[in-house]
Write a protein that binds this ligand. Structure first.
Ligand SMILES: Nc1ncnc2c1ncn2[C@@H]1O[C@H](COP(=O)(O)OP(=O)(O)OP(=O)(O)O)[C@@H](O)[C@H]1O
Length: 359
């Protein structure tokens, strides 16, 4: 990244004995939709608050377009925030709510009116200008909060779980809307969530956090199909974890032994240390079930011991090694699912579908 819009440079933040962030380095490019994803307590909100100027790091620097803003208060940074509860002023109309940040910026009346109209028509809020927040639906309120935050034209928009208050169906719609607004405005969004599905749907890039450190940073596809660690493989989506022994490498492939089967994968997080058991991740939809041995890099035999109809697909539980209980779970086409029984089936997957995990 040549000239990042935002750079976090070795940010450390402690609260008493708790290290919330540990030497965090992060670059964000102009126009990116970056999501910070991780379990409760991993340091997401602390990072957001440090970016917004609501919190000071113990050490390290925050750079915005190359300028050190670490010690600047929120109002002196070109950064704005959308809060989870929207924080709209209940006694102000939609129009007045939107004007608030513009007045703070010292804009003149005519300029404020023009900007209000522009942002309201852009976010299709024209019909709601005179309403109070209580007279709006959850999704509309969310859009007003976004309009208010975007009105002063910030370089960076911080979003703190802004969809948390919406029900599941509306949430899906608003996710699409938010992503489309981000694309159309070419604004840089820094989004915080613990919801992995939401992160996969909306982000250009996801930073998975664990205990105040970056666990993995990449596109949604990268993190889903090529997790570097067990933490990422388990946190994002459903997966098969295969624990075995490292046999070595063969070109780019990592070779492992899993219950007497030789398997080939790749190692997105680097090749793990030898001497201890290693674990690999294979997504359920990457396993194929066949009547005869498939030509894939990996092929093992097993029996179907369980079957769950999921509508769009069928989940199969496969027993590979009776004595030692080696199992796999696969998603197959709902109409062609194998039947439960003793007849052995072949289960195959590619080298690129199996990520050998760093730790
Ligand atoms: N003001 C504070 N005083 C003491 N400890 C704090 C404070 N703020 C955060 N922490 C601690 O720092 C760590 C990181 O907190 P943070 O709020 O950044 O996590 P988070 O990932 O945003 O979690 P959540 O998803 O629950 O909001 C946690 O262990 C938290 O308890």
């Amino acid at each position: 990244m040549a000239d990042p819009l935002v750079r976090l440079d070795k940010i450390t933040k402690r609260f008493g004995d708790t290290t919330a962030l540990s030497e965090l380095d992060l670059d964000i490019a102009q126009g990116e939709f970056v999501t910070f994803l991780g379990p409760s307590g991993c340091g997401k909100s602390t990072t957001l608050r440090i970016l917004g100027g609501f919190e000071q790091p113990g050490s390290g620097r925050v750079l915005l377009r190359g300028d050190d803003v670490t010690r600047l208060p929120p109002e002196r940074r070109n950064v704005n925030m959308v809060f989870q509860d929207y924080a709209l002023f209940p006694h102000m109309t939609v129009k007045q709510n939107i004007a608030f940040g513009l007045e703070l910026k010292g804009m003149g009346k005519a300029e404020i009116a023009a900007r209000q109209d522009e942002i309201m028509s852009f976010l299709e809020l024209g019909a709601f200008g005179g309403r109070y927040p209580a007279q709006l639906s959850g999704g509309q309120r969310q859009r007003v909060a976004l309009a208010r935050a975007l009105a002063p034209d910030p370089a960076l928009l911080l979003l703190d779980e802004p969809l948390g208050a919406l029900d599941a169906k509306l949430r899906g719609q608003v996710q699409q809307e938010l992503k489309s607004i981000q694309r159309r405005t070419d604004k840089t969004f820094f989004f915080v969530t613990h919801d992995q599905e939401e992160a996969l749907t909306m982000s250009d890039r996801i930073v998975v956090m664990n205990k105040g450190k970056v666990e993995q940073d990449g596109t949604p596809e990268d993190l889903y199909f090529h997790p570097a660690s067990r933490f990422v493989a388990e946190f994002i989506g459903e997966t098969n974890l295969l624990t075995g022994d490292l046999r070595g490498t063969d070109g780019d492939a990592v070779v492992m032994d899993w219950f007497g089967q030789t398997l080939r994968g790749h190692a997105p997080g680097g090749i793990p240390q030898t001497g201890a058991p290693i674990t690999a991740s294979v997504r359920l939809e990457r396993l194929g079930c066949h009547a005869t041995r498939p030509a894939t890099a990996n092929a093992v035999q097993g029996r179907v011991v369980g079957k769950t109809f999921l509508g769009s697909r069928m989940a199969l539980d496969l027993l590979v090694d009776d004595a030692r209980g080696a199992r796999l779970r696969a998603y197959v086409d709902a109409r062609t699912g194998q039947s439960v029984g003793d007849a052995p089936v072949w289960i195959g997957w590619d080298e690129s579908s199996m990520a050998v995990l760093r730790d």
